[in-house]
Design a protein around this ligand. Structure first.
Ligand code: GLY
Ligand code: MN
Ligand code: MN
Length: 465
């Protein structure tokens, strides 16, 4: 390991930082050869077709470009169903999947068609390359493609289908093609089904294929590295945003395109706010820091939380609450087995929290635990951080989080020695045929492991102001 004293010049430290991360494989490009293949996407379209009723059509809409303010847009994020079925990363596209053969106006049969933006060299100089119809055929392997402009004139009688499946779009006003679809559909509303497609997609997306699991594992491994680096670097006097910046630096430099959700990095009283995202506070000696972060890699998100003492050493009170959450999580993870009800991990974790908070005198009855543990313990994880799934019995090859927490804000109805302690521990767990596999075990979790890691030197300490 490279040791750097406090006197090492900063510029040298930054150089070493870049060198260190490039050595450890940090400088990957988005153009890595591990994107989902066209065979994956066509296989998913075929799997959907199998779930659809006879004589039905399913219609999907790509994500839309949302205005942030004036002429600045939010970064585009593809609709996860659209990405899952096509691999296309562009807006203004429509996908039609037919259960049975559909005859196009030139007489040729198809069972799917993709409408997407036409190539436009002038516009591409401003906002980047588009795939176009030819690219769709060669790169996405979708043989029937047309430009989005052709959708309005596309000859299709929706009322000739027994069912027209689609998912209602929340931001309809922004989506010209959704409006065109709605007007084509107006004669056929009787056949419209806005419910089943969600169910079909939940069924498919809940069970991950091997190539999806590879991407989930990669997102989680990057996330572990980010959290570990922040754990080593953080100390009193730094800010929540320093931890956020370190974590996200590692994400980007390891090839993650994005975060799966805004990083939640809350110290002290902010550790008690579930989805705290402003991350501005200066961290002080006795603060616990909840760090709930997830890299997004090729569309798939991680979601990992660790809580650690800013000064590197748990106080007695912090340790007591931490170990309740730790044991509650272990009880939840033990329930991550095929055939268990989706809510079984929550039930197991809640029982531990109730019993142990009563033992400490923080609550008097089990139901009072809701004051301090007020959220669910699990959700599916995948293309969405809160991914689609059936919420029935747990099934092999699905990934869920197990994330109990205890949050005791200032002014709570208990001894004030507990006030300001907020703790969540979150892992991503693969359901297998046998024992659960904790995919995020790569980041320390016990009190001793965390304290030992926090003693290590971080190269980011060199960048301190
Ligand atoms: N990161 C949000 C959640 O844990 O659900
Ligand atoms: Mn989380
Ligand atoms: Mn979560």
């Amino acid at each position: 390991m490279i040791f750097i004293s406090n006197k090492t010049p900063k510029i040298f430290g930054v150089f070493l930082l870049v060198y260190f991360f490039s050595l450890s494989g940090f400088s990957q490009s988005l153009y890595d050869n591990d994107l989902l293949t066209k065979e994956f996407h066509s296989g998913r379209r075929e799997a959907l077709r199998k779930l659809m009723d006879d004589s039905s059509v399913a219609v999907f809409f790509s994500g839309i470009i949302k205005t942030r303010s004036n002429d600045v847009d939010y970064e585009f994020h593809q609709d996860p169903n659209f990405y899952y079925l096509t691999g296309l990363n562009e807006s203004n596209a429509i996908l039609l999947i037919f259960k049975n053969e559909f005859i196009l106006s030139d007489g040729s049969p198809t069972n799917e068609i993709l409408f997407l933006q036409d190539r436009n060299p002038k516009m591409e100089r401003w906002t980047g390359k588009l795939l176009g119809v030819d690219g769709t055929k060669s790169i996405l392997g979708i043989q029937n493609a047309a430009t989005s402009d052709a959708f309005d004139d596309f000859k299709i009688q929706f009322n000739s289908f027994k069912k027209v499946n689609y998912i209602e779009q929340k931001h309809a006003g922004y989506n010209l093609y959704y409006e065109q679809f709605q007007s084509k559909l107006s004669n056929a509303k009787i056949n419209a089904d806005t419910y089943s497609l969600k169910e079909y997609m939940a069924k498919l997306r809940e069970i991950k294929l091997k190539e999806e699991l590879d991407l989930v594992r990669k997102a989680i491994s990057i996330t572990c590295d980010g959290i570990k680096e922040a754990m080593k670097a953080i100390e009193p006097g730094m800010h929540e945003y320093d931890a956020e910046a370190i974590v996200e630096y590692v994400f980007k430099s390891k090839g993650a395109e994005d975060v799966g959700y805004p990083s939640i990095v809350g110290g002290g009283e902010n550790s008690c706010i579930l989805h705290y995202e402003s991350n501005r506070k200066k961290l002080v000696e006795m603060d616990m820091l909840v760090s709930d972060v997830g890299a997004e890699y090729h569309g798939y998100s991680a979601d990992v939380t660790r809580t650690y003492p800013v000064n590197g050493k748990f106080s007695e009170e912090q340790k007591l609450i931490y170990n309740i959450v730790y044991d509650a999580q272990a009880a939840g993870i033990a329930k991550c087995k095929p055939g268990e009800d989706f809510r079984a991990p929550h039930k197991a974790a809640t029982e531990v929290v109730q019993k142990r908070l009563m033992e400490l005198g923080i609550i008097k009855t089990p139901s009072e635990s809701m004051k301090y543990f007020f959220h669910g313990t699990s959700h599916y994880l995948g293309l969405d951080v809160h991914d689609e799934g059936t919420h029935g019995r747990l099934q092999p090859n699905s990934v869920i989080t197990v994330e109990p927490g205890i949050y005791i804000p200032f002014g709570s109805d208990c001894d004030e020695k507990w006030w300001g302690i907020g703790i969540r521990i979150e892992d991503d767990v693969l359901i297998t045929e046998t024992e659960p596999e904790v995919l995020s075990a790569c980041v320390p979790k016990t009190v001793d492991e965390i304290e030992a890691l926090m003693k290590q030197e971080s190269l980011f300490n060199l960048m301190k102001k």
